[in-house]
Design a protein around this ligand. Structure first.
Ligand code: NAP
Length: 283
């Protein structure tokens, strides 16, 4: 498969590049500010995806069969450009070129006010600025590229072999437990980065379209995930501190509490690719 991975310099993007290259795909990948990992077997393009002309020229030159769009920015002055406008540009160029598109979205498009598992057709009701951007990006993609797939996922972790933001946080907390309290009332379905990469390639291979929930099979609070990661990193999980999340200040940033993505539709179609932290980390 001739595959273009946007955000190839990011956590998920680099894992995706590695998996696709290892199975023999012809892989192109973008980065913007972060230098690409020289060990990854891809042809790299330095591109600002928020520039529509840049995206058009890149897609026309590379002629990918499938684009997996992971690039985004959660916060800061470029967040709308890098999350919404970049997604719209990628959707427009891929639709015009006839390429398939797999767009990565997030559980934060939901409010987290309800505790039941959330299916793909649950109404979007984001409560955070990041959640509103991801919801707007989804709508832009689905309106622009009618045959695209939108994959909503949850907190991504990788254990000792694929260290990312979760592993860095746990490593810091193991060194000094006072730096962070892991919220016991904040629940997600954490997904192992290698499982997610395989799942995204399965979606890409089959040309599946529409919205898919692709997250771990078990809802876990932040402390539960941190303790599983601590064990896998050789630390003592008992030293990690946990507790309820503080009430946000009036007008301050809000974080969704209980986000339980129901991935059963994905599992029914693609099989049991998604493991919980104990299975994935060998705990
Ligand atoms: N990480 C999680 O726990 C999690 C959970 C749920 C959903 N997701 C979703 O998964 C996807 C990937 O997340 P991640 O954690 O792997 O992200 P990440 O590590 O922060 O990487 C983001 C990537 O986006 C690129 N990027 C941002 N703006 C760009 C622009 N204008 N042009 C080109 N590239 C741009 C960055 O490139 P440069 O650094 O080179 O600028 C970087 O490669 C995102 O869509 C996110 O919403 C992540």
């Amino acid at each position: 498969m001739r595959l273009l991975v946007t955000g190839g310099s990011g956590y998920l993007g680099s894992e995706l590049v590695a998996h696709a290259a290892s199975r023999g795909d012809e892989v192109f990948a973008t980065h913007r500010v972060t230098p690409p990992d020289p060990d990854l077997d891809a042809r790299w393009v330095c591109a600002d995806l928020s520039d529509a002309g840049v995206v058009d020229r890149m897609v026309a030159a590379l002629r990918p069969e499938v684009v997996v769009h992971t690039a985004y920015r959660a916060t800061g002055p470029r967040a709308h450009l890098d999350t919404v406008e970049a997604a719209r540009n990628v959707a427009r160029s891929t639709a015009n070129s006839g390429a398939a598109l797999v767009h990565i979205s997030s559980d934060v498009v939901f409010s987290g006010r309800e505790t039941e598992p959330l299916a793909e057709n649950h109404p979007l009701d984001p409560v955070s600025g990041y959640g509103r951007l991801k919801a707007e990006a989804e709508r832009a993609v689905l309106d622009t590229h009618r045959g695209s797939a939108v994959v909503r996922t949850s907190v991504i972790y990788g254990g000792p072999d694929h260290r990312g933001p979760q592993e860095r946080l746990v490593t810091a907390a193991l060194a000094d437990p006072s730096v962070v309290s892991f919220h016991t009332d904040e629940v997600r379905c954490p997904v192992y980065v290698a499982d997610l990469a395989r799942a995204l390639l399965a979606v890409a291979d089959t040309g599946a379209t529409g919205i898919w929930h692709v997250a771990g099979p078990r809802a876990v609070d932040r402390l539960g995930l941190a303790r599983a990661l601590a064990r896998s990193l050789g630390g003592d999980p008992a030293v990690l501190r946990g507790g309820p999340s503080p009430e946000p200040p009036p007008g301050g940033p809000v974080r969704p509490r209980h986000l339980h993505l129901d991935s059963s539709r994905f599992v029914a179609r693609f099989g049991p690719l998604l493991r919980d932290p104990d299975q994935a980390l060998g705990g």
